[in-house]
Design a protein around this ligand. Structure first.
Ligand SMILES: [Zn+2]
Ligand SMILES: [Zn+2]
Length: 444
């Protein structure tokens, strides 16, 4: 059994009070660090960068990690940043924050709202809260660096690019993240959620569904709109593919298996009186299980080919899986450790019962170690201002969240001070729950 399963078994206090004392000692530095965390957050919020273009954000992260004494590597799998702090014998704990923004026009009305545009004029906004993640990552890295007497082990800070396109984590791993910097014993990540600020949500097992983006190109035979007998109409073919795809979830899966198949893009033709030659469908697939994902993808291909054959298409369709994110599954032991640590630090009342999120993440790629799976834990950080939460209609958290702007909304507006403090503390406390205890000497 590797060390990660019992990160504290070799040395250091593993008692509840031991963690409290260490967390108090490390987080005593937080008040000194928070003004810079806030400055970084504002800067990132006003200067969001799309997936794959995070050069400015990455430079800010790298500079701050260096200033705290981390060994920093830049451009790991795109704009990825890796900071290492080796601090004696003990487990290696990877802290991950994603850095990219979305092509969304901000409508929060905040004084620091993004007015950023790409060179083509498209609006850009941190609508998924990755600016919170990145600022808190730097904050946790800073307090850990300033309290090296309180813990032992290695902290690996990862500023990840291109999460929204589900490419960045894999790109960093493909660029040798684990072979160059070591395979971690635990990987920790958090995401903002429209829960009340100061609350945290953990879910055992699958916490987010796996996703796949599928593109189907259907080939027909074009003709004058008045002469359908000369055509193989790809619009009709595409329509029957769309309808038949609905039977995957309703007829091919068990009622106990969850999946979503959505055709979000259907494009064909340009004129009312021209039967086009092709149709393009783009789909998103969400599943709670990687094996179900494989079955759904196989069914999509079978249906596209079968319908094309039935229509007499001149060529079989091209079915391409553009990208694919695995299910985000928490390691049971690590998740329990993190949740217990959060319960101890924030109080049991700060934890809300976990629900499965149908959105997806590329975080689970970090579980792919070269030799064996790496334990990962991922939790949600509440960011909705208390007053906004109380005024939202609904009796249950789910009803309230349905009325509140969530990730990817142009009105997603985290409570600034509360989210930053909560995010720094939750990441730091989770890291300490995995690292070994330190000595009694004062911090430097
Ligand atoms: Zn997102
Ligand atoms: Zn996100």
């Amino acid at each position: 059994m590797n060390d990660a399963a019992h990160p504290q078994s070799a040395a250091g206090p593993s008692t509840v009070s031991g963690l409290q004392a260490r967390a108090r000692r490390v987080l005593a530095h937080l008040d000194a660090v928070l003004p810079d965390v806030d400055a970084l957050y504002l800067d990132l919020h006003e200067h969001p960068e799309l997936s794959g273009q995070e050069a400015r954000t990455a430079a800010q992260v790298a500079r701050r990690l260096e200033a705290e004494g981390y060994e920093v590597s830049r451009d790991v799998g795109g704009h990825g940043v890796v900071g290492l702090l080796r601090n004696g014998d003990g487990p290696t704990v990877l802290l991950r924050g994603d850095m990219d923004a979305l092509p969304v026009e901000e409508k929060t009305g905040l004084p620091y709202a993004s007015r950023a545009r790409t060179e083509d004029g498209a609006p850009v906004m941190h609508a998924c809260g990755h600016d919170v993640h990145t600022a808190c990552l730097v904050g946790a890295a800073a307090v850990l660096a300033r309290s090296r007497g309180a813990w032992r082990g290695t902290v690996m800070v990862v500023g990840q690019p291109a999460e929204e396109t589900l490419q960045g984590a894999k790109a960093m791993l493909d660029a040798g993240l684990y072979s160059r910097f070591g395979t971690p014993d635990a990987v920790l990540g958090q995401h903002t959620a429209p829960l009340p600020v100061g609350t945290f949500m953990h879910r055992e097992g699958v916490t987010m569904m796996g996703s796949a983006h599928v593109r189907i190109r259907l080939f027909g035979r074009g003709a004058h709109g008045a002469q359908p007998e000369l055509s193989v109409d790809p619009v009709v073919l595409g329509a029957s593919v769309v309808l038949r795809l609905q039977t995957i979830v309703s007829r091919e899966l068990s009622p106990l298996e969850s999946a979503v198949v959505t055709v979000g893009h259907f494009q064909a033709g340009s004129r009312a009186n021209v039967i086009p030659e092709e149709a393009l469908l783009e789909l998103t697939v969400r599943t709670e299980d990687d094996a179900v994902q494989a079955r759904v993808l196989a069914a999509i291909e079978r249906i596209a080919k079968g319908e094309a054959a039935a229509a007499g298409a001149p060529a079989p369709p091209q079915v391409e899986v553009v990208n694919r994110g695995p299910v985000n599954r928490n390691d049971p032991e690590l998740l329990r450790r993190v949740r217990d640590a959060h319960a101890e630090w924030f109080g049991r009342d700060a934890l809300v019962p976990g629900v499965l999120v149908t959105a997806s993440e590329d975080f689970p790629f970090f579980a792919r170690g070269p030799e064996h799976p790496v334990p990962t834990a991922y939790w949600y950080l509440g960011i909705t201002p208390r007053k906004t939460w109380e005024e939202a209609p609904g009796a249950t958290p789910q009803e309230k969240m349905a009325h509140l702007p969530g990730p990817h909304s142009s009105r997603y507006a985290p409570d600034r001070a509360g989210s930053l403090r909560g995010g720094c503390e939750s990441l730091t406390v989770a890291a300490l729950a995995c690292l070994h205890g330190g000595d009694a000497s004062p911090d430097h």
